[in-house]
Design a protein around this ligand. Structure first.
Ligand code: PEP
Ligand code: MN
Length: 346
């Protein structure tokens, strides 16, 4: 007798590149006939059939022996579609003409928020001159207090686009709401999911259904495995251009805003094929720690850095305490370049 085991949810059958429609249909039917819910996605040009339950079939042929089937990707973190079992080489994510994960560290820099045209253009020019490759600056800010500055909204996206046109730097901006994904993605070159939304599955699915690359921050109380699962939510929807960002986790010690978990970088890189960046600014919450933590991040293998820069931190509407001045950012670029050079990552 054939028996379907319900022990493991979510199973992915990766089809061969030349699998026919009939072969895909046969796999789908095999799951459906055992009561499983099935979805079919096209990931990196490969058809993947995913089922809500694992139909483990005793006294029956293994999945790999079915025509058109390449392999089964199981559900342990390392075995996910974002995991090494699916892809052993490293994913390289393109943001406009910039690549992340290709060897040399990629630096994203700019103000925490777009506060106005003058402020943003001043900082954008400064980070470009110092060698940043991607601009950051948010139009929608996730603030702890509802009375704090929430961002300029659509106007912020327009100003960021203007800065891109002038400096040639592509930009990344945070998206907070599934209803605003299309708006943010229509302006930004890359969309960011912030720490507070890492477990917002509706938002993860929505960014997974649009084509712009995704910067996915680690939840401030999330394990690495939970962070990997959040990436899987995006990937499964068809968007395979995902970059993870370690930004510190909550700890007992208020000497820093968050405790930067450098071990998470090599762990995430061994579990997944995705690039992993580090945000020392939101981890430290203090500008004096940003350069040393940036050096350490590159030394531990981070594929890049996300750095807050402001020309007048004392007047910043958000996160001034952690922002580097343009000249401090230029110093960071020199020091990080030395560490990368010593490791042959140039
Ligand atoms: C940010 O990068 O501006 C931000 C809000 O970061 P996080 O989500 O890591 O707090
Ligand atoms: Mn911030």
């Amino acid at each position: 007798m054939v028996r379907a085991s319900l022990s493991r949810p979510d199973m992915n059958i990766v089809m061969l590149p030349d699998a026919t429609e009939a072969e895909v249909a046969e796999v789908v039917e095999r799951f459906r006939s055992r009561g499983a819910e099935v979805s079919v996605s096209n990931l990196d040009g490969r058809i993947v059939v995913s089922a809500s339950v694992e139909a483990r079939l005793e006294h029956d042929a293994p999945w790999e022996s079915f025509p058109g089937v390449d392999r089964v990707v199981s559900t342990v973190p390392g075995g996910r579609l974002v995991g090494r079992a699916h892809r052993s080489d490293d994913s390289v994510v393109s943001v406009g003409r910039v690549t992340i994960g290709a060897g040399a560290p990629t630096v994203i820099a700019g103000p925490c928020a777009a506060e106005g045209r003058e402020q943003l253009l001043t900082v954008a020019r400064a980070v470009r001159d110092a060698g940043a490759q991607i601009l950051r600056g948010d139009a929608f800010k996730p603030r702890t207090s509802p009375y704090s500055f929430q961002g300029l909204g659509k106007l912020g996206l327009e100003i960021l686009s203007e800065a891109r046109d002038e400096t040639g730097l592509p930009f990344v901006a945070e998206v907070l709401d599934p209803r605003e994904v299309d708006l943010v993605a229509s302006y930004a070159d890359m969309v960011r999911i912030g720490t507070r939304n890492m477990s917002n599955h509706a938002l993860l699915r929505e960014v997974g259904r649009q084509p712009k690359p995704v910067l996915l921050k680690r939840g401030r109380a999330a394990t690495v495995a939970e962070w990997v699962d959040a990436a899987e939510y995006v990937y499964r929807e068809g968007n395979t251009n995902i970059v993870l960002v370690e930004r510190g986790v909550r700890s007992f010690d208020d000497a820093v805003r968050n405790m930067l978990d450098l071990a998470a970088v090599p762990i995430a890189k061994s579990l997944t094929h995705l690039p992993v960046m580090v945000d020392p600014s939101h981890a430290a919450g203090r500008s004096d720690l940003v350069i040393p933590l940036a050096r350490a991040a590159v030394a531990v293998g981070a594929d890049g850095l996300l750095i807050d820069v402001h020309h007048d931190p004392a007047s910043a509407l958000v996160d001034g305490a952690q922002a580097l001045l343009p000249e401090e950012f230029a110093e960071l670029m020199v020091e990080v370049g030395r560490v990368a050079g010593a490791l042959g990552r140039v």
